[in-house]
Structures are given as structure tokens and as C-alpha cells.
Ligand binder design. Structure first.
Ligand SMILES: Nc1ncnc2c1ncn2[C@@H]1O[C@H](COP(=O)(O)OP(=O)(O)OP(=O)(O)O)[C@@H](O)[C@H]1O
Ligand SMILES: [Mg+2]
Length: 463
């Protein structure tokens, strides 16, 4: 981690010493300033992550520096250095928003540890801000597009279950619209004016996850320098969307179960239990039953979560939606890229329909985005969306010279050419995924695998 640190002290020796310590032990970029009056200018010019300042200096003291930082760079962290005699003031500074104080003289481990703690703390706060932003995300849900029987039944099911408070487990491959469905459930429920909060169970390390979810009390661990509200508290009265629930660790599974059953939780380091009224929607692209067998997921939690199951089918099973979705995304990217593309060529639509879309609707969305950017005319053509498409499938497999050969030999050549072209095509359609290609071609996987070997085709090039 290389952070940008500013050290302010009127004693030049101290600046030299600190700079040397950081240089030896860290990759942080350190700037020093012995004239506190110049700090304002520095703060206006550069963004710092951490400011270490002496407390007692002539002309301007550390508290004034702290105030200045809070004004100019509120996200920066301030650490105060102080002589024993002024510890009271340093404590006062932490009340005013300094992260910590270090009393002089100090050992180098002490300063390194404090800065390490500060860096970790800052990362946590940033994650929190990002989460809060996602909280304020649009006050309505984007539409669920499609008119295939599968999509219509999803829309119908959402309308039926949204008003209840039952927990919903949304399953489906990546990119099938699980998060979109979760939002739709929230915005069709009576909780729509309350928060909708998303938390991804994979993204966070175990300890951070607990404090993010349930909050913590001041002093409960290094870096917990003040009480913090958890997501559960933020989501009170609203909906909490737990994404990738299969990745939640066993300890957190037990705590979540308690919250689901009793509506109760305890902040990290807290003594009293708190109550929360939350509607849970959870999602997974893993097979939770398999995780239960492997003892990685609690069976009782599974049944508590799976009150209603909403399965999002893969796009290859609702291909009728492709044209509508493609036009929907075209409209979206027209407006995002300030373009006026009016149509998608029919050959491009049929090419889109013939792909198997392992990345599902997200992959289709990305493909149209690329098309909208590359398109030079008012129509998206096949070359805009599938530029790597071989023309081979439209050219004949053989020419008339084949008839000059004996029947058996001609047949062998044609079959071999056909195998080669067909396999290349089907693999390309499925991004080199042999199982999916076999499924689309209605072939046994082992058989397709043998053909790939015979034709000496490198599947990696399609990935
Ligand atoms: N039926 C649909 N209509 C319109 N847009 C859709 C539809 N389904 C999915 N999308 C869009 O496709 C993208 C992927 O959807 P989403 O993020 O909900 O999928 P996901 O199942 O949560 O994926 P992952 O498992 O990878 O997190 C989003 O931009 C979403 O808005
Ligand atoms: Mg998702």
C-alpha cells in the first residue's frame, strides 16, 4: 500500500527521522513541512491520505492544522504527535476528529503501527461511503425487459411476492438479472420508500463483514475509534439484498440466522442486543444444496432463506427475449454515448440469436455497448457486434474439384472440413466452453472433446 503522507513539525530533525523510518519500512510517499503556515497551500495542491502533525509549534498549532485538514480534505486522516506534557490537548484533538495521537519520544514500531491502523481505517470508511452511495441509488427499479414465457413468469412472480415480507432466494447463473429482480421486489413492496441496501458476501473479509453488517462499538478492535452503525441498522424498515450468499462464512451464517429468526443482532463489541425489521432478499449462483452436503452452508439457514425461490433462467433458455433486450440496450447506450443509431441489422439480430451467451444478459448488454460505440452508421451491423465472427460459415465447404476424387476420399475430406468448421464455429459461439458447446450442438461432451483433439483445435483462442 503506498499512501501519501504529509508530516508537519517545526523540528527539522524529527522530519528527517520520520521520513527515514517510512522510507525503510514502507512504500508510502512522504512529504515534510517545517513551516505550518505553508500547510494550507500544500493541502490545496495535493491530496494526502494521512497528515501527521506536531501539536505544539510556533505560529500555528496542531489543532489548527487539524481544523484546516477537516475543511480542505475531510477524508484525510490526522495523527497528532505530542510531548507528554500536552497529552490532555492531544486527547482533546482526537475528540475533534484526529484519528490518534502519539506521545514523543516514540519507538518506530509505534508510529508504523498507528499509520498502518489509519490506512486500514481509511479503507473501511471508503468502502462504507461506497455502500452508502449504492443506498441512494435510483429511487425506482429499472424495467425487466422481455416477453418470453420465462421472463413473463418472473415478472408475475415478483408482483405476487413483493408485498409479502417473506425471504426470497434468487438463484441463477451470473448475469441473468438477479440483482435487477431484487430491486424490482423492493420497489414493488410497501417498503419502497425505505432503503434498499446491497451487500456482496464475497467481497469482504470475515471480520470486516461482521462490523459492516452489525456495526461496532468504540474500542472493540484496533481502528474502532468511534461507534459505527451497521448496514443492518441502515436497512431497518427496508430491504437488505445479500448477494453471493453461498460465500458467507459459517460464523456469519449463524449470526444471520439469529437475525432472520429473532430479528435481533449485536454490534461487534456491544453488550446489548438490537432489533431490526428487515426484508431479506438473497442471491446465489452456486448450488446451495451442494454446499450443504460439503458442510459449507447451514441447512437450517438454507430453509429459512428459501421461503420463496425465484429462479432466473439463463438467456439461452429465453432466446425470444434477445431482440427486445438488444433494442432496449441500444436505446440505453445511444443516450449514454450521445449517439443516434436507429436500428440493428436483421443479420446482426440473427447472429445474436444464434449465440449461446454464457455470460447471459450482462454479456449481451456489453456486446450492444461495444456495437453502439463501434458503429459508424445509423445501423448496427454484424461486424460491429461480432467483429471476430468468421465468414467461413457462409462459404461452401468444398468446391467442384472434389468430384474429381474417388467417392471415399472426397467424403473423408468433406467430413474433416465440416468437423473443423463446425467445431470452430460452435466453440467460438460458446467462448471456448466445451460443455456449453456440446450442449448447443446436442453432442456428448466426450465426443466433442475427441473431435477437438482430432482437429487439433486450441480452445484457448476463443476465451
Ligand atoms: N430482463 C432484463 N431486462 C433488462 N435488463 C436486464 C435484464 N436482466 C438483466 N439485465 C441487465 O443485465 C445486467 C446484469 O444483471 P444483474 O446484475 O442483475 O445480474 P446478476 O444475476 O446479479 O449477475 P451476477 O451474478 O454476475 O452478479 C444488468 O445491467 C441488468 O440491468
Ligand atoms: Mg449480481
Amino acid at each position: 500500500m503506498d499512501e501519501r503522507i504529509l508530516i508537519v513539525d517545526d523540528e527539522k530533525d524529527m522530519l528527517v527521522l520520520l521520513k527515514r523510518i517510512f522510507k525503510e519500512k514502507t512504500n508510502h510517499i512522504v512529504e515534510t513541512e517545517c513551516n505550518p503556515l505553508k500547510v494550507v497551500e500544500l493541502l490545496r495542491k495535493h491530496q494526502f491520505n494521512i497528515i501527521i502533525t506536531d501539536l505544539k509549534m510556533p505560529k500555528m498549532d496542531g489543532i489548527a492544522i487539524l481544523d484546516m485538514v477537516k475543511n480542505i480534505q475531510p477524508s484525510a486522516i490526522v495523527v497528532i504527535m505530542t510531548a507528554y506534557a500536552t497529552i490532555e490537548t492531544a486527547i482533546e484533538a482526537t475528540r475533534k476528529g484526529a484519528f490518534d495521537y502519539i506521545s514523543k519520544p516514540f519507538r518506530k514500531e509505534r508510529i508504523l503501527m498507528t499509520i498502518d491502523k489509519a490506512v486500514k481505517w481509511q479503507k473501511l470508511t471508503q468502502e462504507n461511503i461506497a455502500l452508502k452511495k449504492s443506498l441512494q441509488y435510483k429511487k425506482e427499479s429499472p424495467p425487466i425487459i422481455g416477453s418470453s414465457p420465462a421472463t413473463l413468469s418472473i415478472i408475475k412472480m415478483i408482483a405476487q411476492v413483493a408485498k409479502s415480507t417473506a425471504t426470497i432466494l434468487i438463484s441463477g447463473e451470473s448475469g441473468t438479472g438477479k440483482e435487477l429482480a431484487a430491486r424490482a421486489i423492493h420497489y414493488h413492496s410497501d417498503r419502497k420508500d425505505k432503503p434498499f441496501i446491497t451487500i456482496n458476501c464475497t467481497a469482504m473479509p470475515e471480520q470486516i463483514m461482521e462490523s459492516e453488517l452489525f456495526g461496532h462499538v468504540k474500542g472493540s478492535f484496533t481502528g474502532a475509534w468511534k461507534d459505527k452503525r451497521g448496514i443492518v441498522q441502515e436497512a431497518d424498515q427496508g430491504t437488505l439484498f445479500l448477494d453471493e450468499i453461498g460465500d458467507l462464512n459459517m460464523v456469519m451464517q449463524a449470526k444471520l440466522l439469529r437475525l432472520l429468526q429473532e430479528g435481533e443482532y449485536k454490534p461487534v463489541g456491544g453488550l446489548t442486543t438490537k432489533q431490526a425489521d428487515i426484508r431479506f432478499v438473497v442471491a446465489t449462483n452456486q448450488d446451495l444444496k451442494k454446499l450443504i452436503e460439503a458442510k459449507q452452508f447451514r441447512e437450517d439457514l438454507y430453509y429459512r432463506l428459501n421461503v420463496i425461490n425465484l429462479h432466473m433462467p439463463p438467456l439461452r433458455d429465453r432466446k425470444e427475449d434477445i431482440p427486445t433486450l438488444a433494442h432496449h440496450f441500444l436505446k440505453k447506450f445511444n443516450s449514454l454515448n450521445d449517439k443516434k443509431i436507429s436500428a440493428i441489422a436483421p443479420e446482426a439480430i440473427s447472429a445474436l440469436m444464434s449465440k449461446s451467451w454464457p455470460g447471459n444478459i450482462r454479456e449481451l448488454e456489453n456486446c450492444i455497448e461495444r456495437g453502439a460505440i463501434l458503429c459508424q452508421s445509423d445501423t448496427i451491423n454484424i461486424s460491429d457486434i461480432l467483429p471476430q465472427e468468421p465468414v467461413a460459415h457462409t462459404s461452401p465447404i468444398f468446391d467442384h474439384s472434389i468430384y474429381t476424387l474417388p467417392f471415399k476420399e472426397a467424403k473423408e475430406i468433406i467430413i474433416k472440413t465440416f468437423h473443423n468448421k463446425y467445431i470452430n464455429w460452435i466453440l467460438q459461439q460458446n467462448n471456448g466452453n466445451i460443455s456449453r458447446a456440446a450442449e448447443q450442438a446436442e453432442l456428448q461432451r466426450q465426443y466433442l472433446h475427441r473431435l477437438i483433439k482430432e482437429e487439433n483445435i486450441n480452445t484457448e483462442i476463443f476465451k
